[in-house]
Design a protein around this ligand. Sequence first.
Ligand SMILES: Nc1ncnc2c1ncn2[C@@H]1O[C@H](COP(=O)(O)OP(=O)(O)O)[C@@H](O)[C@H]1O
Ligand SMILES: [Mg+2]
Length: 359
Amino acid sequence: MTAQNIAAADGTGDARLDGADDAGDDRLDGDVLLRATDVTKHYLLRADGLARRRRVLRAVDGVSLEVRAGETLGIVGESGCGKSTLGRCLVRLTELTGGRVDFDGQDISTLSMRRLRPVRPGMQLVFQDPQASLNPRRRAGDIVAEPLLVHRYGDGAAVRRRVAELFDVVGLAAGHLDRYPHEFSGGQRQRIGIARALATNPKLIVADEPVSALDVSIQAQVLNLFADLQEEFALTYVFIAHDLGVVRHVSDRIAVMYLGEIVELAETEALYEAPHHPYTQALLSAVPDIDDGDAVADGPPRERIVLTGEVPNPVDKPTGCPFRTRCPYARELCALERPRLTPTGNGRRTACHYPLTTA
Ligand SMILES: Nc1ncnc2c1ncn2[C@@H]1O[C@H](COP(=O)(O)OP(=O)(O)O)[C@@H](O)[C@H]1O
Ligand SMILES: [Mg+2]
């Protein structure tokens, strides 16, 4: 097939070049709480003067992953690669363009809004910027109570008791129930967001860059809170971040995203020790070695690769491998064929024609 052919096939939008489910020889142990199968989210952009046809922005472009009950799956990638969109697809805060999402044994991607309603309390989202995601005109106690009222938790007294309990659980003072968001610090505001997410006793929390907007000194406290809550309430996390520094400390496994696709998915330590995808290698090159003085510094010296050029526009994705335009190892095949996410050893999957398995 010529490059032109592939571009044409690719241009049809949902013509998938790669398979849906690569589980095959690396079956997961443990129960799978969440499974995404070939999820796509394409935005139709408004036609403007130059482009007569409406153009398609492929924000999420064929993502398959599983999240085991009780684990934390980190999702990393540069800004704009589709992390937030994927996160919203996973809890169906946005409609999928294609593919499906199974949560707790049920396909939630096709449920009617009415049938989705009883499922919603089980999956919650924590947002990046607590300042922007909390209603500034409502008191903290009311913000946390809102999901309880929506899901008819109980009478007024029961709701008040539950809110007080949640304040305690996330380390907020009971005396602060009546304060407004602006009266709290950034870290405290994120605690309000977490309390609100916990209110309905979810099984799954998708945390979308929950510490990115916080001072570095506060980040560790909030990350520790996430860890404590996971243990206490047997929570399952999808934890989104734009750099590998933060997710490393909280994730059991990590999915690396590039231009709407997962390019590598691996156990955290294995990924840091030896990335199999050139993009992962590039991201790791950007994380300082000294970090906290352990494994990274002790591991074999890493080859540094510095990313050149811009991330391509997701409206005009490169043919073949999405990373090939910035990849130092790209060869002819990379422009011709889109690499599938395939097992490259130790339960890891990599979407690369020439994975760095011998590096
Ligand atoms: N509602 C929308 N309409 C059109 N494009 C969108 C919309 N939301 C996100 N995008 C685009 O989708 C891509 C992925 O965005 P996003 O999921 O926010 O990435 P990330 O969270 O990784 O920064 C970006 O190119 C962004 O501009
Ligand atoms: Mg985002």
